[in-house]
Design a protein around this ligand. Sequence first.
Ligand code: C5P
Length: 227
Amino acid sequence: MNKITIAIDGFSSTGKSTVAKQLAKHLGYVYVDTGAMYRAVTFYAMQNGLINKIDFNAEALIYQLSNIEISFKFNESLGFAEVYLNDVNIENEIRTLEVSGYVSQVATISEVRHKLVEQQQKMGKDKGVVMDGRDIGTVVFPDAELKLFMTASADTRAERRYQELIERGDDVDYDAVLNNVKERDFIDSNREDSPLVKADDAIEIDNSNMTLDEQFNKILQLVKMTI
Ligand code: C5P
């Protein structure tokens, strides 16, 4: 069967990664979580004192970009690839609300985007890939055969992210999660380089009132119509 590129973009916590993982597993495709890559760079900046509540030393981060190597390794028991920063597994560390609080600032830096987009294009060059993020259908793979744009109300999204964090055992406040979701959407949609916009040829899916099964079946139908 013809292998295609599936680009899934959309706002924060719209369940992009959940459906992307399901699809990749079902189709035998590679799944690439590009948000994890921006989170990994952010984690590096935090570890090296380049970003905190008061200051962001973007110049130093740009200077140190060549020290940052991001890779993915498939974890059989989890059924998806975990992210590594310079060969250290940081899959858990990058999902905190603290990283979420800084990542959109880091993602405005063109040099960061350039480095990560190049790597993403290499990872998807042979097709057979499901990639999720903010600029996949517009910048990374503008020729992707299937582009989806996921939306859901801010409250639905914050509730989902809050539950995820609580299940991980993080001590978080619902309002802080809601504010983070709204703030990231604002920065992501208004940045100069590769803002989050729906590609003209993307299909919009509002999953506020859909179960995971309904969403998966709808998207699988779209895949079948495309292949
Ligand atoms: O997908 P996730 O919510 O983990 O992404 C974290 C952040 O990384 C986003 O809020 C956005 O600022 C940035 N990002 C991006 N471009 C992508 C993927 C993520 O700017 N392709």
